[in-house]
Design a protein around this ligand. Structure first.
Ligand code: UDP
Length: 164
């Protein structure tokens, strides 16, 4: 809700789903590793994947989500709608600042009134943010691929976000 001090935030208590939601606008990471995509392929319409928060976070189908009792059909369709909305808003916000949102992960929960709500940070540790001019990463892929200074890149992303 708001920052109330150094490292302190006032937040809404949510009842969380054991799901990770991953909207993808461009192919990268496990999508390129496991499926016949090339890095950077545009995904139209965007893909929305669900992963189970367990072990190595396996990918889920709608059937598995229902069968495992992870969410009802109504909750699942609300999550898909929310994922589309967050993706559209965030992509547009970043595009204005010269950043391509390739993919990101977030989690959701219900508030005390049963309203589906984003309950997560969305950061360079949980998404892929590419410079629209040269496609350079401003995210954890820098660490994984050892392509630069992580702290410097995160700071650059922050300054781009603040510049808008
Ligand atoms: N992601 C995450 N936490 C996870 C799994 C994925 O934050 O437990 C994010 C990841 O940073 C990327 C997106 O979700 O932005 C898609 O991840 P992917 O399946 O490509 O896995 P990766 O290869 O990044 O591990």
């Amino acid at each position: 809700i708001k920052k109330i001090g150094p490292g302190q935030f006032l937040v809404k208590k949510l009842s969380m789903f054991r799901l990770e939601i991953v909207p993808r606008n461009f192919a990268a990471g496990s999508l390129v590793k496991n499926y016949p995509y090339n890095l950077g392929d545009r995904l139209t319409p965007p893909l929305i994947h669900f992963h189970l928060k367990l072990g190595h976070d396996p990918i889920l189908t709608d059937g598995l989500i229902a069968n495992l009792g992870l969410a009802s059909n109504e909750e699942l369709s609300a999550m898909k709608q929310l994922a589309q909305k967050v993706n559209i808003v965030l992509s547009a916000f970043l595009k204005k600042r010269g950043i391509i949102l390739a993919d990101f992960k977030f989690e959701t929960g219900n508030d005390s009134e049963g309203k589906l709500t984003v309950g997560d940070e969305i950061s360079s540790d949980s998404g892929r943010f590419w410079d629209e001019k040269n496609l350079i990463s401003h995210d954890k892929d820098i660490f994984r691929c050892q392509t630069g200074d992580v702290k410097k890149a995160y700071k650059k992303l922050l300054s781009k976000i603040k510049s808008g």
